[in-house]
Ligand binder design. Structure first.
Ligand code: SF4
Length: 140
């Protein structure tokens, strides 16, 4: 299984590869390019779910520009213990739609019910062509 750190680097590099093709595009055009339907067609390697035409979140206008989420925080060694379990990731804005995966000795943030970073409006507000800059606080 991939670690947070491996996933983070891989996703940032994939994002940068796509952005190389969009250097002459406007912000709106870039955001439009990252719409799920277009990404499935033109960037099959960007997400493992694309090959099955599957969305990570059940929303009509799913946009993949901010995958992951700038509000996600992870720490490879864990932040702290909660009820004897190690807390590895949290939501920095405590989204009401966030949840937790709780295992025998671990807790991970569960974003499957949250659509915060996937709307074009949110992406435009937080727009930055450099994914590693937008995500600069994700690694703790
Ligand atoms: S719960 Fe929502 S806002 Fe919080 S880190 Fe997950 S996707 Fe981002």
């Amino acid at each position: 299984m991939m670690t947070y750190e491996e996933w983070f680097m891989k996703q940032g590099n994939l994002h940068a590869e796509v952005m190389k093709k969009l250097e002459d595009k406007t912000t709106d055009e870039v955001i439009e390019y990252f719409e799920f339907d277009n990404m499935v067609k033109n960037e099959p390697d960007f997400c493992p779910l694309y090959k099955d035409n599957k969305k990570c979140h059940d929303m009509e206008d799913l946009n993949c520009y901010l995958c992951a989420c700038p509000n996600f925080r992870f720490k490879m060694d864990g932040f702290e213990k909660q009820d004897g379990k190690t807390l590895f990731s949290v939501c920095n804005i405590k989204s009401v739609d966030g949840a937790q995966y709780i295992g025998d000795d671990y807790i991970h943030q569960n974003c499957s019910g949250c659509t915060v970073p996937h709307s074009a409006k949110y992406i435009k507000k937080n727009f930055n062509r450099n994914w590693f800059d937008v995500m600069k606080n994700v690694r703790s």
